[in-house]
Design a protein around this ligand. Structure first.
Ligand code: HPA
Ligand code: ZN
Length: 351
């Protein structure tokens, strides 16, 4: 299917919110090499090209191995600042107005990097983005699900002195064999602390993990969630309860969840009334930022302008923005799509 040029332009320009991006997944190979040099970290790749050539993933784990190796160059607050600022500039260029950014403290604390360095570096860049680009954002602390719940608890406790810097917790890394119930207690604690909750579920894992993330972890959004399509009762529940699925099409393609985007469940889920949104996941690894994800999806699936308007709306509706700012963004989205619509055919006056 070819995407109509006028619709492609509107998709690029519409205001949108990014709700599923791992900041460590925005590290471009060039920046990985620059930081490796700055910090005297030895990489197992001889060049940017050799690193890029290794980005031939067969599944989630084959990606995670390289993603954690890439993050090993991050040592100082300045490194986290530079990585975050580079992401913000890409997002602004794609008309992303608001982002809720995942970070993986355990990837860094396990290497001896203090959690304060991680949080301050990212938060300082986001504060600058707010004034420089009018770019709103928040941070979501993710637990690595291949590690123990005890480790997740220790991470949450270590982050509490910086409680005002993040709005919620998430769950990422290897899904298979690490079901939601493994983290029941730490998510209950997060809830007590008034933190929002999201979790990756139904990416490689089964539809049951989506249900368990809702029932056991009491999450408010599901990251990916595409396997929900296997369970009609679950799809109906997601639609009824307005649980958003933050879908990342290029990630799904590169990690072989949907090797051919024409087979992607996004359109079916949207048509079933599920609050689907489109995001970039780990854009430096999967071949594109927000607009690349939107365009590839619209190229592959029979989506129209009304779908694009809905997807843009969903992204702000599913955000954890305070109601007044959310309403402002939604008005902006509606105005954009109303003004960008083709003119109504001229009506003849009736008496
Ligand atoms: N899935 C699970 N863990 C991750 C991902 C993902 O897509 N990206 C970064 N960590
Ligand atoms: Zn993800």
């Amino acid at each position: 299917m070819t995407l109509d040029a006028a619709l492609a332009e509107r998709i690029r320009r519409t205001p949108k919110a990014e709700l599923h991006v791992h900041i460590e997944g925005t590290l471009e190979p060039e920046l990985i090499f620059r930081l490796a040099q700055r910090n005297q970290v030895k990489l197992p790749y001889s060049s940017v090209e050799a690193l890029r050539a290794a980005y031939a993933f067969t599944d989630l784990q084959s990606f995670l191995d390289i993603y954690y190796a890439g993050a090993s160059v991050l040592l100082t607050e300045e490194d986290f600042f530079d990585m975050t600022m580079a992401y913000v500039e890409r997002a602004v260029a794609d008309n992303v107005r608001h982002a809720e950014i995942f970070f993986d403290p355990q990837t860094h604390t396990a290497r001896g990097v203090d959690i304060e360095i991680v949080i301050d570096g990212i938060a300082d860049a986001l504060a600058q983005a707010r004034t420089q680009y009018d770019f709103s954002s928040s941070m979501i602390l993710c637990f690595l699900r291949h590690l123990s719940e005890e480790d997740a608890f220790a991470t949450l406790e270590a982050a509490l002195p910086y409680r005002d810097r993040f709005v919620g917790v998430g769950l990422d890394s290897s899904e298979r064999g690490n079901p939601p119930e493994k983290f029941a207690r730490v998510f209950a604690r997060a809830r007590e602390l008034g933190l929002h909750r999201v979790a990756h579920a139904g990416e490689e894992g089964p539809a049951d993990y989506v249900r368990d993330a809702l029932d056991i972890l009491q999450v408010e959004r599901i990251d990916h969630g595409v396997r929900a399509i296997d369970d009609p009762a679950l799809v109906e529940r997601l639609a009824r309860e307005r649980i958003a699925l933050t879908v990342c099409p290029l990630s799904n393609q590169k990690l072989k969840v949907y090797p051919d985007l024409r087979d992607h469940s996004l359109k079916k889920l949207l048509d079933a009334g599920v609050a689907v949104t489109i995001h970039s996941d780990d854009p430096a690894y999967f071949g594109g930022y927000m607009n690349a994800n939107w365009e590839a999806t619209f190229e592959a699936l029979p989506l129209d302008a009304a779908d694009a308007h809905r997807l843009a709306r969903n992204s702000f509706e599913a955000s954890f923005l305070r109601p007044a700012l959310k309403a402002e963004y939604l008005t902006e989205v509606d105005r954009f799509w109303q003004s960008a619509s083709p003119p109504e055919p001229a009506r003849t006056a009736t008496a």
